[in-house]
Design a protein around this ligand. Sequence first.
Ligand code: ATP
Ligand code: ATP
Ligand code: MG
Ligand code: MG
Length: 878
Amino acid sequence: MRILKIQTLRGPNYWSIRRHKLIVMRLDLEKLADIPSNEIPSFYEGLVEALPSLEGHYCSPGCRGGFLMRVKEGTMMGHIVEHVALELQELAGMSVGFGRTRETATPGVFQVVFEYLNEEAGRYAGRAAVRLCQSIVDRGRYPKAELEQDILDLKDLWRESSLGPSTEAIVKEAEKRGIPWTQLSARFLIQLGYGVNQKRLQATMTNHTGILGVELACDKEATKRILAAAGAPVPKGTVINFLDDLEEAIEYVGGYPIVIKPSDGNHGRGITIDIRNSDEAEAAYDAARLVSRSIIVERYYPGRDHRVLVINGKVVAVAERVPAHVVGNGRSTISELITETNQDPNRGEGHDKILTKIELDHNSYQLLERQGYTLKSIPPKGATCYLRATANLSTGGIAIDRTDEIHPENVWLAERIVKIIGLDIAGMDIVTTDISRPIREMDGVVVEVNAAPGFRMHVAPSVGTPRNVAGAVLDMLFPNEHSSLIPILSVTGTNGKTTTTRLLAHIYKQTGKVVGYTTTDGTYIGDYLVESGDNTGPQSAHLILEDPTVEVAVLETARGGILRSGVGFANANVGVVLNVSADHLGIGDIDTIEQLANLKSVVAEAVFPDGYAVLNADDHRVAAMAEKTKANVAYFTMNPDSELVRKHVEKGGVAAVYENGYLSVVKGDWTHRIERAENIPLTMSGRAPFMIANALAASLAAFVQNVTIEQIRAGLKTFRASVSQTPGRMNLFNLGQYHALVDYAHNPASYEALGSFVRNWNTGQRIGVVGGPGDRRDEDFVTLGKLSAEIFDYIIVKEDDDTRGRSRGSAADLIIRGITQVNPNCRYESVLDETAAINKALDMAPDNSLVVILPESVSRAIKLIKVRGLVIEEVEPQ
Ligand code: ATP
Ligand code: ATP
Ligand code: MG
Ligand code: MG
């Protein structure tokens, strides 16, 4: 077996609209291509021995053990690799289930598709699955040690890629609400939502969080002063910078017991509480000094430690934090009890699990001593033995939910205090003996206010009800259901994508909105180019969707990008499919036009149910996508008598129709005439039918998004397909006595479309300079020749400079074969060099003629025309 290619999909794709995260592995089974699993000696046994848990895979039989049954009876190796790749991820703690395996047109080569949670782990699992299966084929087994290593590596990849627990909680909740999120490339920033409606997060700080509030909260002494001035209960204390001042400070706070802590620490670092004598105080001073220059000396307030979480002005959760401890069983030593406690699978390192493993520090021994223990003591059954003084989860503490118990006065106080500090999300630490009674009565205090508080203790408390605090964050950031999104209009088809995308963007600009759009020529925002290049894939889509100035996204969505990584968004508001015709067949395992239609159909299907698929009613493969999409359907047609469209409109549907020389929207009993084709420059005075079709599609897409007829009309009338705007797309030049047209038509359908315009050229001879890219199939060149013979009076056959691997002259021969098949008397000649061919045509052009050039290099062709003296570019031919 050999892996030929591994692709990583990240959005709606050819294989699934709903499952975005898929690995597509192109696998050459080589010798195994003709051998089903039952014919490989002891393969079944070897597989079961290596991965007994495959028993859990149902597969087509639909019951436990279903897949293994298939292996026993005989199935292809690609299918087995798929299941193994899924199982390896499962064993490493990543729950995945979706897989498909399909043959390709190349014998023995399969596409193995399976789900992943982490990209790198997914690709790793694919490679490991091939290794495992190959080893069982060759040796009857896969060494246990190797499998264990695979799973460890997979676990590492999964852990490295995972977000912190608070961020994780927020993005999970965002996914539930259909709010898109992405991780930006720096500073752990998370973007939620799109375009102008996006919001940002970094752990639990948002773009609403003010820097003044954060800095105040980080300075514990300043926080206390501001709160004391507001009458809030805070610990009596002072700040010192020198050990010499310690004694005086202790006196000032009223003597022992005291607390010493760094003035800007967190996570309990450098803090010692319940200090009872000067030796302890000096040691505590030194410990605090390691963290901060300024040291806080405070009175110690006995009580329990509470974290009150306030989001957007409201208390949303309260947790009591209990310091790391063990409970005696009458048999084990404290040391043994710690080991046992740390074996709890819920306890991990740092913040990666709900709880953290208990670790002892220098204070722990002192604390044990005060309780009359050492590590070797055996505490009596039921006795609690504290191991850390402070209650941070990150030092092994646990959390108990107290949200329903907090006294209303404490709620009022907490909400007021967070307003005073000025934070949108804050965690307040309150020490009091009973949170269900007003803290003033209990002599409780507010110890500090935290910016960016952790959510772990609230979403996964050790005891009590988990609280959806992430929901409160999202309620604050996105108060309305759809307020995280911007309209996305995505455009696909074999021909006319760029033109339609540009036109649609131009129409949308009439609404005054900032439009971001991507095309084969580049990415644009408003009137400016952001980046040039073939930008029709998901990365370009992301650039637009992540841009905080963009209000509407119009995205040319081409075949290549969908195939390579899926589309760049989960749902569009409008998905336009212009046409499907033979082009690029044989590339990327898309071999038939039906497969191509399925691929383009992704654009029609990845639309919100309340959005629209805008479909070409005149192209049966496109019209059929209405069956597949869950969205509303709107049709466009060049045929005012279209039966399909008539029925659709009768049922209340909306359509755009070319009727009596007008582009019109039909809805219910009404026909809204937008504009006469003649008055729309893009349609070349109504002579280019395919441009009318593109204009119908763009108008309809805008209409279903509530752009007004007046705005659509204004857009249609002012859009010009000039050389500068759309080079190589129907660029018409007036050379005085004759005209020249440069177009980048490069497949049979676009030739045909072009032909429909050329045939409307009534004044004189039609000369064609034709050829095509060398990597197309032989039959495509013959078709090209046939079409040329139907369109032109005289044909000059040329070839590209880059023959893309074909022998020089062979493409021309095929074109000529096509020409003579259709019209044996057709006048043609072959001039292989493109420059010579173009010059020849321009030299020979008689008066009133039209020279149509289909060049490899558009810019060179335009130069060759322009050197011929006074040339007027006709964007609005008369
Ligand atoms: P975190 O970042 O986890 O909130 P921190 O390092 O910022 O911790 P503090 O919140 O100031 O430190 O203190 C940690 C814990 O120590 C408090 O939650 C409380 O339980 C205890 N504590 C701090 N100061 C006092 C005090 N004056 N009296 C009683 N207990 C205190
Ligand atoms: P690409 O796949 O190269 O990005 P595209 O789909 O973006 O192409 P355009 O750049 O808009 O298409 O147009 C390319 C050529 O296709 C045009 O110059 C014209 O010859 C032809 N064309 C445009 N619209 C249509 C259409 N609706 N039907 C058939 N051919 C068309
Ligand atoms: Mg604290
Ligand atoms: Mg394009």
